[in-house]
Design a protein around this ligand. Structure first.
Ligand SMILES: [Zn+2]
Length: 249
């Protein structure tokens, strides 16, 4: 079995966990699960779990990256390539200062350096502790009809691969949204496609090619995500998706 958790921020006002709580999450996850990223061999003696963080905010670099090194575990980071700057002149305090909404208001993120820079992304990728996934180019809804799908899906992969010198095989769907056309293109270019959806997976092949993630933002006690009842709900969700998508085809 493979669980995948979705996180966004640390110490922010929304879509976030406080650092002290997140540390307790990690303690629990490391003691109870085999922590994996795509391409790792899954354990069949223990449940597997993949940690993912969306959007590549600076708080990931500042708070999470050191913890991954400390615990010697890996995570997947979803990078919207068009929102990443080469460098920033913002101070460390400024970079952590905005609320989730402020980050996106009038492109405040450029002035405040709210996202990781390319240097930070390269450093994390080279460390081996962070596996980079594309999160589209401009964080677009891939079910929308007025976007450049080629740029969002393939352009972002090209940029990441060129910057990192690594093959990028994972894509994390912005807003969890897609349509038939975008899914076909995604499957052409990526081996692993993640979405949100409160489901469970057999492996990184996911459910009909989509890896379901469980929302772990704002969760005071991470164990509550894995109760017997919740596990049954995830299984039912994945089963119904499996059959529903099957009927759609
Ligand atoms: Zn996102």
């Amino acid at each position: 079995m493979l669980f995948s958790l979705m996180y966004h921020h640390i110490n922010c006002d929304k879509f976030s966990n406080d650092l002290e709580i997140f540390k307790v999450h990690l303690e629990y996850l490391v003691s109870n699960y085999n922590i994996v990223t795509p391409e790792d061999i899954l354990s069949n003696r223990q449940d597997n779990l993949c940690i993912t963080f969306d959007d590549a905010y600076y708080d990931f670099y500042h708070y999470v990256f050191p913890l991954l090194k400390e615990y010697k575990i890996k995570a997947v980071l979803a990078v919207p390539t068009g929102l990443i700057d080469e460098q920033t002149t913002a101070s460390h305090t400024q970079r952590l200062s905005l609320s989730h909404q402020e980050i996106y208001q009038e492109k405040n993120y450029r002035k405040f350096g709210s996202f990781c820079t390319w240097n930070e992304i390269k450093e994390m990728s080279n460390s081996g502790y962070v596996i980079m996934a594309s999160h589209s180019h401009k964080h677009k809804d891939l079910a929308s009809s007025d976007i450049n799908l080629q740029q969002e899906i393939f352009g972002s992969k090209e940029i990441l691969e060129e910057k990192l010198g690594f093959k990028v095989e994972s894509f994390i769907l912005p807003f969890g949204r897609y349509n038939k056309e975008s899914l076909t293109l995604l499957k052409e270019h990526y081996k692993y496609i993640f979405k949100v959806g409160q489901g469970i997976n057999q492996s990184f092949s996911g459910v009909n090619g989509l890896i379901y993630r469980i929302d772990a933002d704002g969760v005071d006690n991470v164990a509550t995500l894995f109760t017997f009842k919740r596990r049954i709900q995830y299984k039912l969700k994945s089963l119904s998706k499996y059959f529903y998508d099957g009927i759609q085809k």
